[in-house]
Design a protein around this ligand. Structure first.
Ligand code: THU
Length: 136
């Protein structure tokens, strides 16, 4: 499904607002993410770090958790925003978590105005999925 430019910019605004709340005192790398839900709503998330470094949770996975808690089970698009150029893509763990909810456009954005459009299946070809659990 095509992603309208106005949808992208609405998600960028939500992701940037979430990024403003990032809790990243250790890495100083602030990330915001926003998911477009089937009903047109938006769920966002930011990265949340911890003094026990391995407990950091990425912005994308916090956005997924918020969306699922709101009742969503599929997504129309994701925007991830950082302040680096070129824009940073989701980490491997987040790619796997995103792939649980299908294949949808992923827009990598930054405050400079870069918008790189890719997708879950391009970011994670050959994802592990539930079919493996059903195979005998
Ligand atoms: N981070 C994200 O929020 N998303 C990613 O996809 C990659 C990394 C966060 C985790 C950590 O708080 C900081 O960026 C540096 O790795």
């Amino acid at each position: 499904m095509d992603l309208a430019p106005e949808d992208i910019e609405r998600l960028v605004a939500a992701a940037a607002a979430a990024r403003d709340h990032a809790y990243a005192p250790y890495s100083r790398f602030r990330v915001g993410a926003a998911l477009l839900l089937p009903d047109g709503g938006v769920s966002s998330g930011c990265n949340v770090e911890n003094a026990s470094f391995g407990l950091a949770v990425c912005a994308e996975r916090n956005a997924v958790a918020a969306a699922v808690a709101a009742g969503a089970r599929s997504f129309r698009a994701l925007v991830v925003i950082t302040d680096v150029s070129p824009p940073a893509p989701p980490c491997g763990a987040c790619r796997q978590v995103l792939s649980e909810f299908g294949d949808f456009p992923v827009v990598l954005a930054n405050a400079t105005g870069d918008r790189l459009v890719t997708s879950v299946s391009v970011l994670l070809p050959g994802a592990f999925d539930r079919r493996a659990l059903e195979a005998d």
